[in-house]
Write a protein that binds this ligand. Structure first.
Ligand code: 3PG
Length: 404
């Protein structure tokens, strides 16, 4: 267990790590469920006369989702119903000046933490605590609050460094996601357990597929992870094509593992039998995997695959979803994702849907959140929790509580 914001004395200067990593369309950040959830934690802190500086990240260097947090401040302000100041600096003079000017009831969002070199390399918490990043910011605050459960699987400075040098507490989102995900881990299922995996972060999902060997009976794959497994089967897909420059490293780094898992798991891995792409006229067109072409970007699974996956879901006792099967933000390529989510909503099964992006599909396609057992704002962190492996961001908070 960890200390929570119930244990904080009122009226302090707080550094609060939130996770508002969100989809970006044409360079503009889009609202997802994370903003509203964090706004609740922040509102509670403000009501207790704290001054709040927020630390967060967006995207990864090199990807087009790696942008400033300026637009995020506006979305957060809408949810909070009060101004959220933004400073385009994270640990420099401008940031320190803005932090110095904070008064009780104020909220300030600092610039994308991943724009600082020391944030990202995965290193042990003690090393992160020694970075200039942490050493510069920490003295400005009375305490640190981590509300970013969905990033707690990353050993980055803003997540694991501060609890080593500041009194540290869990925020409400951290608390509730931790409780829900721990409860899931303890459940046992007699019937079939199915995992539906997609999205763009294949490198996070491959180790998960290996580690949930004993608990998950079968996997329905789509998105980039699905393409990489099809490539392992010799199909012309999962190559570097326009707009998907990260494919190649995901293949190069994981080809041996993917091929090994494919061989070991065999029929437990369900791969797409057809895929959808866009014609020059902007129409959706579907092709059987035997006819797919290397140069084409595939944006959804085809309708045969969607039907097969929906049937597999319908006969399951538990279904875990992480990542979308297609680019559902575009209605033309939402069929696979919506077919599977609708099948889950109709089925009488235990279900968890996770992912900062994926959970957006629920309101977007008029599905009801109540039809799922748990809709998590976390993606990678929730599937990591399913493997039974601890989350480093949670462990550092627990270490603080134990040393009290
Ligand atoms: C997420 O969106 O799942 C978290 O914010 C972590 O982001 P990352 O996968 O880029 O580290």
């Amino acid at each position: 267990t960890f200390q929570t914001i119930d244990d904080l004395e009122s009226g302090q200067q707080l550094l609060v790590r939130i996770d508002i990593n969100a989809p970006v369309e044409d360079g503009v950040v889009q609202d997802n469920r994370r903003f509203a959830r964090h706004a609740e934690t922040i509102a509670e802190l403000l009501a207790d006369d704290h001054a709040v500086a927020l630390l967060a990240h967006q995207g990864r260097p090199g990807r087009d989702t790696f942008i400033s947090l300026e637009g995020h401040a506006d979305i957060l302000a809408d949810h909070l119903g009060q101004e959220v100041a933004f400073v385009d600096d994270t640990v420099g003079e401008d940031a320190l000046e803005a932090i110095g000017g904070l008064e009780a009831g104020d909220v300030l969002l600092l610039e994308n933490a991943r724009m600082c070199e020391e944030e990202l390399p995965e290193e042990a918490p003690d090393e992160k605590a020694d970075t200039e990043f942490v050493q510069t910011l920490a003295p400005e605050f009375d305490a640190y609050v981590n509300d970013a459960y969905s990033a707690a699987h990353r050993s980055h400075a803003s997540l694991v460094g501060f609890p080593r040098v500041l009194d540290a507490y869990a925020g409400r989102v951290m608390e509730s996601e931790y409780t829900a995900n721990s409860a899931i881990q303890q459940r046992e299922f007699d019937g079939l357990v199915t995992m539906v995996l997609g999205g763009t972060k294949a490198e996070d999902l491959i180790p998960v597929i290996e580690e949930v060997d004993d608990t998950v009976d079968r996997f329905c794959l789509g998105g980039i992870v699905g393409e990489l497994f099809l490539r392992a089967d010799g199909h012309d897909v999962g190559y570097d094509v326009e707009g998907t420059e990260f494919f190649d490293h995901q293949w190069e780094d994981h080809a041996d593992t993917i091929e090994g898992v494919r061989e070991e798991y065999g029929d437990r891995l369900h791969l797409a039998s057809d895929l959808a792409s866009e014609t020059d006229d902007g129409e959706r067109v579907e092709r059987a995997v035997a006819e797919i072409e290397k140069e084409t970007s595939y944006l959804d699974v085809g309708s045969d695959t969607a039907d097969e996956y929906a049937d597999l879901v319908a006969e399951s006792e538990a279904v875990f979803v992480k990542g979308a099967l297609g680019v559902f933000e575009d209605e033309r390529f939402a069929d696979g994702t919506v077919a599977v989510l609708s099948a889950i909503a109709e089925a009488d099964c235990f279900s968890v849907v996770g992912g900062g992006d994926t959970s957006r599909a629920i309101p977007m396609y008029d599905l009801e959140e109540e039809d799922f057992s748990h809709v998590s704002v976390a993606g990678g962190a929730y599937v990591r929790a399913l493997t039974g492996e601890g989350l480093v961001g949670v462990e550092v908070l627990e270490a603080v509580a134990e040393s009290e």
